[in-house]
Design a protein around this ligand. Structure first.
Ligand code: CDP
Ligand code: MG
Length: 720
């Protein structure tokens, strides 16, 4: 591997006041002549961004280098500005697209909206976005924001990514599993494209292994022009450590765009905090009461936690004197419904303080203006995978030093700020320097399936940026084989493997959908998959838990949580149908649905999201020609189908009431939120493992032990 010459990490200093060149280039996408004050404000904001002073030099570097690494502090304008600079410099003149990938959905959506506004075009026209289950692009789209996972799926249809002139892999420092795989794939695509002059049309079409039915591609027609320009690849990162990327791309050039950072006071607690939620609340109110104006950004670990802190803030607010209640809370997490995503960028009404409750998405992906105080409990929810057991779990772990620095940096974007770390200073020294890439701590089944679908059979030999462990690869190949996605010689099986690769879902869920046709319960399985694809559907306020449990009883089933999910979904759908018959006004329907959710202790955001996911997967199932069927009330069929699908997650009861997971031998407990928590059947299948002080399984259904060898003989017939 080429050594990186560190002198290549050139610094591009801020050139203050040099705006003439930007002025000339900045609004070429703009169609309108009429400049309103809002537009003027946008033009001024753009011009004042640190990146604006180096526009010309950046465009030049992209012209000169096929691969370029851009390091720049968060908020310097990389994500929103660079694509526009390249567009204006003519990188799309032959109808080609600039694609920008983001690790998170919310970032792709909010940035696309912002850039469309900056360019004064309608979202979905010249500027658009595509994420799993939502495509807002058209044939005129030239700047396309998307998730990294989505671009990977596009490569299935278009292996040379021929419609793209430039691909920008943004937030590369996050090192999500999709980013890592994408970088390996892009390196390969660059090779293919630079050899393309020798490539005949047949060679390219032979790479397209199957017809791609994803919903991400309706807008952009596959490129007919076989004369592909080399693919320009730009890797953007907020971390100064560009060396790993440069080395991976044969010593690619790295440039540094300097940002603006004001001093941030870091404050630690004297002692470790036993309850970080409580500590977060206390700190928020301390800041609100004792500190000067400025918004507060608190880092939490997930949607449920954010929603519960949101409620607690409002409860405690009631105890404050009237004059001190001027607080506005704003949640921010990855699956936030689109109508709420832009709230975070709106300034608080005058006299109010904004409190943003966010997952680590606000660390670097999304820059929120107005923040002066950061509250950092120092934790993050992360995937963890044990290749020995084959089980993946979500766990809450301490952040890395790099993350702590990024978080505190958020307080100093517009002026001096303060960061309250809710742990003692001695703990900071113990944090790891940087986060372990996700590819080293997640199940690889999904990745292996996609690579196989791309015609890459030698997974161990694939050029990964960081190789996952051999054991993790072998385990995932074994799992895919057991699910029937691979043949005896580990090639993608036809049709099951190919069908499975077409779903943007975990392979186990894809298999469950395919199988459910045979068991005549596709409708039910589709509901389960949609409901499990969103964060929890239950709304369980601490103070009304008993009331909520009583209400949920009307949906509950002795068969388990999956049947209950089906019942809730059906009740909601039935209710929607009823109100639609009464009124066609979207606002009224929405209001009624909210009321229904409140009464039934259902999380309305999650429910709406799952309705959306349901309709998208349904479309794809129709495209694939799978036959719809319902087992109606015959839940036996449905439970048998769950067994045939989730047999790798089966567990049997032990004498002490705990369970032994069959595949891993691990001891697990049924989560208290499950309807089977008390009844404790002999044998169960489950969907999710949560690791806290114990191993809990969630989304559980009772099954018959004897079904396992009958319905999953490939796994159970010989072993037991
Ligand atoms: O990518 P990078 O962190 O370098 O910056 P960016 O995301 O391009 O953000 C540049 C500026 O645009 C920041 O000041 C953001 O607050 C602002 N922005 C916004 O006002 N609304 C959005 N939806 C996205 C960004
Ligand atoms: Mg960015």
């Amino acid at each position: 591997m080429a050594q990186v010459d560190n002198s290549k990490l050139e610094t591009m200093p801020l050139i203050s006041g040099n705006s003439s060149q930007n002025h000339q280039n900045s609004v070429n996408l703009n169609h309108g002549n009429h400049i309103s004050s809002k537009k003027l404000c946008i033009v001024q904001q753009r011009k004042s961004l640190p990146i604006a002073s180096v526009e010309g030099r950046l465009v030049e570097e992209v012209r000169k280098n096929d691969t370029l690494i851009i390091v720049g502090e968060t908020g310097s304008g990389k994500t929103t500005q660079l694509p526009q600079y390249l567009f204006n410099a003519g990188f799309c003149c032959d109808g080609k697209v600039i694609g920008i990938t983001q690790p998170r959905r919310v970032a792709a959506v909010t940035v696309a909206k912002r850039v469309a506004e900056e360019c004064d075009v309608q979202l979905g026209q010249e500027v658009g976005f595509a994420i799993r289950f939502e495509d807002v692009t058209s044939s005129s789209t030239r700047i396309k924001y998307m998730t990294d996972g989505l671009l990977l799926r596009e490569a299935l249809l278009d292996p040379t990514l021929s419609r793209y002139r430039v691909v920008i892999v943004d937030e590369a420092h996050e090192r999500t599993v999709h980013t890592d795989v994408l970088l390996g794939l892009l390196k390969k695509v660059q090779g293919l494209r630079s050899n393309q002059h020798n490539l005949k049309k047949d060679d390219i079409s032979s790479l397209v292994k199957f017809d791609y039915g994803g919903w991400s591609s309706n807008a952009l027609k596959p490129c007919q022009n076989m004369k592909l320009n080399p693919l320009k690849l730009i890797i953007m990162s907020a971390s100064l450590d560009a060396k790993v990327f440069s080395e991976f791309f044969g010593g690619a050039k790295a440039v540094h765009v300097q940002g603006r950072q004001h001093p941030v006071d870091i404050l630690y607690t004297y002692n470790p905090e036993p309850d970080y939620i409580d500590a977060t609340l206390i700190t928020i109110f301390q800041i609100h009461l004792d500190e000067g104006p400025g918004d507060i950004l608190a880092f939490l670990t997930g949607q449920e936690e954010i929603e519960s802190v949101d409620r607690l803030v409002h409860e405690r607010l009631k105890q404050l004197p009237e004059g001190n209640r001027n607080i506005l809370t704003i949640p921010m997490y990855s699956s936030l419904p689109s109508e709420q995503q832009l709230n975070v960028f709106r300034p608080a009404p005058s006299g109010f303080r904004k409190i943003i409750l966010s997952t680590n998405i606000a660390e670097t992906s999304v820059t929120i203006p107005g923040v002066k105080y950061v509250v950092d409990p120092g934790l993050v929810k992360a995937r963890s995978y044990n290749p020995a057991t084959g089980l993946e779990a979500l766990i809450i772990i301490p952040i890395s030093k790099a993350q702590a620095l990024q978080r505190s940096g958020r307080a100093g974007r517009e002026g001096p700020g303060k960061c309250f770390r809710l742990y003692p200073e001695s703990e900071f020294g113990k944090l790891v320097n940087s986060t372990v890439p996700e590819i080293k701590r997640c199940s690889l089944s999904s990745v292996v399936l996609q690579l196989k679908a791309l015609g890459i059979d030698d997974i161990i030999g694939f050029d990964f940026m960081e190789k996952p462990s051999r054991m993790a690869i072998v385990k995932s190949i074994e799992q895919l084989y057991l699910l029937g996605a691979l043949t005896d010689d580990y090639k993608l099986s036809d049709p099951i493997g190919f069908q499975m690769a077409r779903f943007p879902l975990d392979p186990i869920y894809s298999k469950a959908l395919i199988l459910s046709g045979e068991f005549r319960c596709l409708e039910e399985m589709l509901i389960v998959v949609a409901m499990l694809s969103v964060e929890t559907i239950f709304y369980s306020p601490r103070e009304k838990l008993e009331e909520a449990r009583t209400v949920w009883k009307r949906f509950s089933s002795p068969d388990g949580d999956h049947v209950m999910l089906v019942r809730i979904f059906r009740a909601a759908a039935e209710f929607m149908e009823k109100i639609r018959a009464e009124s066609s006004k979207a606002k009224k329907i929405d209001k009624s649905l909210h009321k229904w959710c409140r009464e039934n202790f259902i999380n309305c955001r999650s429910l709406k999201h799952s309705l959306e996911v349901h309709s998208q997967i349904r479309k794809q199932l129709l495209q694939m020609g799978l036959s719809f069927s319902s087992c109606e009330e015959d839940m036996l069929q449905f439970r048998r189908c769950l067994t045939a699908s989730f047999f790798l997650n089966a567990a049997v009861k032990q004498a002490d009431g705990s369970y032994r997971a069959m595949a891993s031998g691990q001891i697990v407990q049924i989560h208290p939120s499950s309807v089977l928590f008390r009844t404790k059947p002999e044998c169960i299948v489950f969907n999710e493992l949560i690791r806290t002080n114990q191993n809990y399984v969630r989304n559980v259904t009772r099954v018959d032990l004897l079904w396992l060898p009958e319905l999953a003989p490939q796994y159970y017939a010989t072993e037991n």
